[in-house]
Design a protein around this ligand. Sequence first.
Ligand SMILES: *[C@@H]1O[C@H](CO)[C@@H](O)[C@H](O)[C@H]1NC(C)=O
Ligand SMILES: *[C@@H]1O[C@H](CO)[C@@H](O)[C@H](O)[C@H]1NC(C)=O
Length: 180
Amino acid sequence: MWKPMPSLILIAILISLCPGSCLGAYFKFTNVECKGLDPKFVEFKECYLKMVRRNVVGMNFHLAVKTDKPIDKIEFNLCIFRKSNVYRLFMVNHTLDFCYYMKKPQQYPLFYIFHDSLMSATNANHTCPYQEKDIFLKQMTLSEKAVRDLPLPNGEYKLTVTVGAYKVWRLQVSVYGVRG
Ligand SMILES: *[C@@H]1O[C@H](CO)[C@@H](O)[C@H](O)[C@H]1NC(C)=O
Ligand SMILES: *[C@@H]1O[C@H](CO)[C@@H](O)[C@H](O)[C@H]1NC(C)=O
């Protein structure tokens, strides 16, 4: 039964059952959706994918921050869904304290897979607080290492990141992708 469970254990089992070729060579983004959940706090100005080369697509967004106060409490949730007729939750539904994470990212192996790819594409690449009025993600692609380490068998996925500040969910980004 695939229910949300201690996912790192399942991931370790999956990797050991699934060496080399059954984890694919790429993870290609196919669609992205950005949703502001609190228009007084943040608003998306842009959100799109752009082809880089075959099987490599860059993710982009521009987020306008409306609040004046520097932000120093951020909740970050990642859900991974795998498609089998419909998208079902696939092992991962984790929430973390993002400000703590940015101090010690290696302590979160699952999130750390995406770390370098994310940090090299955004201006939000530092520890809290965040005072930027504009946060960008520019042509984010997964590094070769991230693609290699991503513990997902071939298939179609949706990765949803929901971000909160001060315990209120403020925005959500869902990226669809094919692992092949
Ligand atoms: C993830 O977990 C939270 C907290 O347990 C829950 O409220 C939420 O509905 C879950 N998300 C999904 C997609 O199942
Ligand atoms: C963070 O992003 C800014 C703006 O894109 C860049 O100038 C800076 O070098 C980056 N810092 C790190 C540590 O990657």
